[in-house]
Design a protein around this ligand. Structure first.
Ligand code: PNS
Length: 171
């Protein structure tokens, strides 16, 4: 609790942006930055999925996120393994913010949101992605980069550099 303007106390408003972030894209940054303007504290948490090997390690994904969110002092980066609602409970975070690119995202996101609400009372808020990024996905970025396509407009410069190094693409 922190003192509020009227002399009372107000609860710190915290939100969680969970995801795989393999790697973080401009679409993710759009959602994270807008969430940072709405909440006191935003935790961006990289989910460790043991059954799926990514292009980047979890540490690399975290490092890229730390670099690209440095301009927002209320954003911190973490990694987690397990249920997202357990992470929320341990860190006293009542709400998950998810970006919605298109209707195709909605079915699965709604299912997860309702499950998380049922499991632990954690709410999910859906934020429409900037239309500029409605087609953008980490999986597409990786595939394009792998074949030497130009992804410079889709990811921040530090991610572009790492993608080039990792995929050996020359662009
Ligand atoms: O970037 P992604 O891959 O779409 O992120 C999905 C993620 C990590 C947010 C989701 O899979 C998740 O919350 N995983 C944690 C495990 C969990 O809580 N599963 C039950 C969801 S109802």
């Amino acid at each position: 609790m922190k003192p509020s303007a009227d002399g009372g106390t107000s609860k710190v408003r915290r939100a969680l942006c969970p995801g795989s972030f393999d790697p973080v894209t401009n679409g993710h940054i759009d959602i994270i930055s807008r969430t940072a303007s709405l909440y006191d504290e935003v935790v961006v948490a990289v989910f460790i999925n043991q059954s799926k090997s990514g292009l980047f390690s979890v540490d690399e994904r975290r490092d890229m996120l730390v670099e690209v969110t440095s301009e927002w002092p209320n954003v911190t980066i973490d990694v987690f393994e397990g249920l997202v609602v357990d992470y929320c409970r341990v860190h006293d975070i009542p709400v998950i913010v998810k970006g919605l690119r298109a209707v195709s995202d909605f079915d699965y996101e709604l299912q997860m949101a309702q499950m998380n609400r049922g499991l632990a009372g954690v709410d999910t808020l859906f934020m429409p992605t900037n239309p500029e990024y409605s087609f953008l996905a980490s999986s597409l970025v990786k595939e394009i980069a792998k074949w030497g396509g130009d992804v410079a407009s889709l990811v921040p410069p530090n991610v572009l550099k790492r993608l080039k190094e990792r995929t050996g693409s020359a662009q």
